[in-house]
Design a protein around this ligand. Structure first.
Ligand code: SF4
Ligand code: SF4
Length: 415
């Protein structure tokens, strides 16, 4: 791939291909050389989510490094304000086709092969290495390294990119394409509070850090006592253990006032509001509530299409293809899942196991073992190289799209 040089840069607009959080660090590096709209191609529609959270996320990452005694010396706070003045647009693979000669295309190292494939598919073969566009030594040495090492490549400690704590398998909606397989539960039981709380406490005691600690379901607002209890846990209030905290809701239920008061105390918290149009019937009221209590939120889900994950009971791939998908799947870093007291690679692995579609390996967080033993078990599992059973039954990264939030005719759970 060609090397980029700022000396020969011809002032065309820039399209950066890479996961959003990595692109943000690149932007900070060359913001003084480039003014104008930056287009970022995240490797799927999740780009929207990162976009909404990016600045906050970046600050938290930097702070977390400092807490660990790692200082990104030239990285001054004013640099971050640059991001506010930049016009940043997020694109998906599907949008790249429109970006032809008038753009300089820079491709980062993360998900490199996938970007090359997507660009090639869209007839774009003339691109440069994003790393060669970095000017400051610190960015190359630290920034790229730290952002990625915080996640999967950091094998010295146990730092996890993202954990989804499933508070309930019940949902107020029943979306046909639900990535978390809610549509397959018939009459889901409530998960006992002691199972959820116990597993969160054990997990937080065993890990060194989690970049994004997420509470979701199903619909997590069906279990608001659990939200308040988890946010009050001393293990979570320890700032070193979670950089960001997120609750994802589908906009059909309001928060209780007592829970809002607890949420208000947690400055790391952000709410992701999935807006599915009319069926997110309380979205406007929910936003009003959050504004009133000064709780950060961002809205996602406005796109018309979702990624098609496929039928979890159908075997789509052979072992080699399943391994390939697993190797390039970001969910194993960002969407590890805690369900029924067990730690899984991703929501599909977790719910597929719970629904008995397949027999998935997991780590029992509630087993009576010492924290050090649990930590080693989690480490071995998190850094595993063999794909979970679920990968052979997953279309998640095959680029197929489906209608968003189409409701099934099956039984809806009554609230
Ligand atoms: S709202 Fe839809 S996509 Fe979200 S958890 Fe419920 S069923 Fe799944
Ligand atoms: S089943 Fe495999 S490919 Fe699908 S989301 Fe999970 S880890 Fe990724």
């Amino acid at each position: 791939m060609k090397e980029f040089t700022w000396e020969n840069y011809d002032k065309r607009r820039i399209l950066l291909c890479g996961p959003f959080h990595v692109c943000m660090s690149v932007l900070l590096d060359f913001s003084d050389s480039y003014k104008g709209t930056i287009y970022i191609c995240d490797n799927d529609y999740a780009g929207d989510d990162y976009g909404a959270l990016a600045e906050d996320y970046l600050v938290k990452c930097i702070e977390s490094y400092e807490e660990k005694g790692i200082y990104i010396r030239e990285m001054i706070r004013e640099d971050i304000s640059v991001l506010k003045t930049m016009d940043i647009r997020i694109l998906s693979y599907d949008d790249i086709g429109g970006f032809r000669d008038e753009y300089v295309i820079l491709v980062g190292k993360t998900y490199f092969k996938q970007y090359c494939k997507a660009l090639g598919f869209n007839g774009l073969e003339d691109f440069y290495s994003a790393v060669s566009a970095l000017k400051k030594g610190f960015a190359k040495q630290y920034y790229f390294g730290y952002f990625t090492s915080l996640y999967r490549k950091q094998k010295e400690g146990l730092y996890i990119g993202g954990v989804e704590i499933v508070l309930t398998k019940r949902c107020s909606l029943r979306c046909r394409g639900c990535a978390n397989l809610m549509q397959y539960y018939d009459k889901p039981d409530r998960i006992p509070a002691e199972t959820v709380i116990g597993s969160v406490k054990k997990l937080l005691s065993a890990v060194d850090g989690i970049a994004m600690f997420k509470l979701l379901g199903g619909e997590p607002l069906l279990e608001q006592d659990l939200i308040a209890q988890i946010l009050s846990l001393p293990e979570l209030r320890d700032n070193r253990k979670a950089l960001g905290i997120q609750i994802t809701t589908n906009g059909t239920i309001l928060f209780r006032e007592d829970v809002l008061k607890v949420m208000q105390q947690e400055k790391r918290l952000g709410i992701l509001l999935s807006n599915y149009g009319d069926i997110s019937s309380r979205e406007a009221e929910l936003k009003k509530q959050l504004e009133e209590y000064g709780i950060a939120f961002s809205e996602i889900g406005l796109r018309d299409q979702w990624c098609e994950w496929g039928d979890p009971k159908h075997l789509y791939h052979d072992a080699d293809r399943a391994k390939y998908l697993f190797d390039y799947c970001k969910n194993k870093s960002f969407c590890t899942t805690v369900l029924d007291g067990r730690f899984y690679t991703c929501p599909r692995a977790a719910h597929g196991d719970s629904l008995e579609f397949y027999d998935e390996k997991s780590v029992d967080l509630l087993a009576p073992v010492e924290t050090e033993v649990l930590r080693e078990q989690l480490k071995a599992y998190y850094f595993r190289e063999d794909p979970p059973e679920a990968c052979a039954r997953c279309l998640g990264h095959c680029g197929i799209r489906t209608e968003r939030a189409t409701q099934t005719n099956g039984r809806m759970i009554r609230i």
